[in-house]
Design a binder for this molecule. Structure first.
Ligand code: OOG
Length: 253
């Protein structure tokens, strides 16, 4: 099976909310192939009229690496179809086995076309916000290898972003949690994300420029979850609270 055929399987699995077997071992694809497959599956979304709205980093915290047994930083692509509005009520029928995780989002204010350092961030990013990401692996039982998860666009499927605040707040060591029906289910510190969530932008700029991809003004970047993810059920209120940044939520049905 070639990369295009694998991208088709993963795209269909996402579209029809039906899990597929893992593919990397059987079809022997490399990490480089996996990013090619990811891009081919995104091209199918773009052909259906979706637009790229940003990028996400994955496995930027130990909690996530340990939960999933994958130990390398990964990156995926977000589209407008994945964006939810704060407090939106969303039907779980559109997904396979969704999980939510608490995150921090950044807003890009100037195109990033090269690898940038921490000291340059303020030139390219003008705001940050509390965010929730919904991940939904297209693989059975939410189990995958590094190659499989990358090919599957890093399980990306949904995100919601709270009110933007300017970059002046120091965010390297803030409390962040995930609440389901007002009960704290996961809690951690933003330092769990690469010691400082801003570092995710440094990593993204390195990876994107290497891949020849521009991170564009107006796009958003999700830094990666600070805690493990939790499965969603119907009729839940899902919220993250981030010290100093505020909160954001959505509902399930
Ligand atoms: C892969 C995506 C990981 C994160 O924030 O670490 C991720 C997964 O766990 O399914 O989004």
């Amino acid at each position: 099976m070639n990369n295009e055929e694998i991208a088709e399987i993963l795209d269909q699995a996402a579209k029809n909310a039906t899990a597929t077997q893992q593919l990397a071992e059987k079809h022997e694809f490399t990490l480089e192939d996996a990013y090619d497959i990811q891009r081919l599956s995104i091209d199918k979304r773009l052909a259906r009229g979706e637009e790229i709205t940003g990028f996400k980093l994955g496995f930027t915290s130990r909690a996530k690496m340990e939960q999933m047994g994958v130990h390398d930083l990964i990156w995926g692509i977000l589209t407008n179809e994945m964006e939810l509005q704060p407090q939106e009520e969303v039907s779980l029928d559109r997904w396979i086995h969704p999980r939510a995780e608490p995150e921090i989002a950044f807003r890009i204010s100037k195109d990033i076309e090269e690898s940038i350092g921490l000291k340059d961030i303020h030139k390219y990013v003008d705001a940050m916000a509390p965010a929730l990401e919904i991940i939904d692996s297209r693989y059975e039982n939410f189990k995958f290898s590094l190659e499989d998860v990358v090919a599957d666009n890093c399980s990306s499927t949904g995100y919601v972003i709270g009110d933007w605040v300017d970059l002046n707040t120091e965010i390297s060591d803030l409390n962040i949690d995930l609440r389901i029906n007002n009960e704290v289910i996961q809690e951690g510190k933003t330092s769990a994300i690469l010691n400082n969530p801003l570092q995710s932008l440094v990593e993204l700029s390195r990876l994107a420029s290497k891949a020849g991809i521009k991170v564009q003004k107006g796009q958003v970047v999700l830094a990666g979850a600070a805690t493990a993810a939790s499965y969603l059920e119907k009729n839940q209120h899902i919220e993250t609270q981030v010290e100093k940044l505020g909160k954001v939520s959505f509902k399930t049905k």
